[in-house]
Design a binder for this molecule. Structure first.
Ligand SMILES: [Zn+2]
Length: 327
């Protein structure tokens, strides 16, 4: 009898434990599902949204063409058109159709690559005419080191810090941003129109998508400082809505706050000298706490940015890499 009641008690306990385990599993799975839904939405915002394509007139002669989550720019002049990144074949066809509609002289004389990445630089093969294709010499070097057959090779490169490109009375200054997002990155500045076109450096009200801060944290910070030194009103970024110089300042502050929070947490946790074996070993154990410190420090000011939850970890890893390596 005793044995039976023990069996009953133990089986009841087992049932209660199984039910509790099931409940915890359901709750945890639910939390994971909710988190993943949020992350999916936040990532979609960076690359895919909004749907479709559209043309925006930025100044009387300057237009921005958006294709899904990507944006490029072109300049119309009496002597022809300067096109920036063609993006891809589909976008380039749409771009050419828009140019034909709005330009008095729609002949594309120049295509300027911001950098070698195929998601911005491919598609020139379907543009009409025979435009010269301009890039920085470092971008050509980066391109030649890779197999990217859908990116038409530049026909003109320059190795200087900047090059003025003039067509039909309009001058655009192509400024090199070395070791920032790739080593051959250019931004395009129109001083008369007070417009700046930049690619993959500035993110408006959002953290950079993972992988996009390709290369140097310090170089990206330096690039934002170079942008702030220019006199302009309108920012045409390669992702997101058209903005202003204040958006550059905001992103510059974000990078400074991120690095500041990172270094403050590491100092508090005694990780300032990672060259010491003991400190380095402790850092490996406590690094997750540093990431949580950084997230807590940034959330009050940046928690409202659209992909904060999804990307604060990858963005912090980018900053960690900078702190560890000096890049
Ligand atoms: Zn890129």
């Amino acid at each position: 009898m005793k044995r039976l009641s023990f069996r009953l008690a133990s089986s009841t306990l087992l049932q209660v434990a199984s039910a509790a385990l099931l409940l915890i599993t359901i709750l945890l799975t639910g939390c994971t599902a909710i988190k993943r839904t949020a992350i999916r939405g936040q990532l979609r915002g960076a690359f895919i949204q909004p749907p479709g394509a559209e043309l925006t007139r930025v100044s009387p002669s300057v237009y921005s063409y958006r294709w899904l989550g990507y944006r490029t720019m072109f300049i119309t002049t009496p002597d022809g058109v300067i096109v920036f990144d063609p993006l891809n074949e589909d976008a380039a066809r749409g771009l050419a159709a828009e140019i034909a509609k709005v330009a008095t002289n729609p002949e594309i004389k120049f295509v300027v690559y911001s950098h070698f990445h195929r998601d911005h630089a491919s598609g020139a093969s379907v543009l009409p005419g025979h435009p010269a294709i301009i890039a920085h010499a470092n971008a050509l070097r980066e391109l030649e080191a890779r197999a990217l057959p859908d990116v038409v090779r530049p026909t003109e490169v320059f190795a200087d810090e900047a090059r003025d490109l003039t067509l039909g009375g309009t001058t655009v200054r192509l400024i090199h941003l070395p070791y920032s997002h790739t080593d051959g990155l250019l931004m395009a500045y129109l001083p008369k129109e007070r417009v700046l076109f930049e690619v993959d450096i500035i993110w408006l009200h959002q953290l950079p998508p993972p992988g996009v801060p390709d290369m140097s944290f310090a170089g990206v910070r330096r690039a934002t400082e170079m942008m702030l030194a220019l006199d302009f009103d309108t920012l045409v970024p390669a992702h997101g809505p058209i903005g202003t110089k204040a958006d550059v300042a905001r992103y510059h502050d974000f990078l400074a706050d991120l690095e500041g929070a990172f270094r403050a947490s590491m100092t508090t946790r005694g990780m300032t000298n990672l060259a010491q074996r003991e400190t380095f070993l402790r850092a490996q154990d406590e690094l997750s706490e540093v990431f949580f410190d950084v997230e807590d420090a940034l959330r009050p000011k940046y928690g409202g940015w659209e992909n904060f939850d999804a990307l604060i970890l990858t963005t912090s890893v980018w900053c960690l890499w900078h702190v560890l390596t000096g890049t």
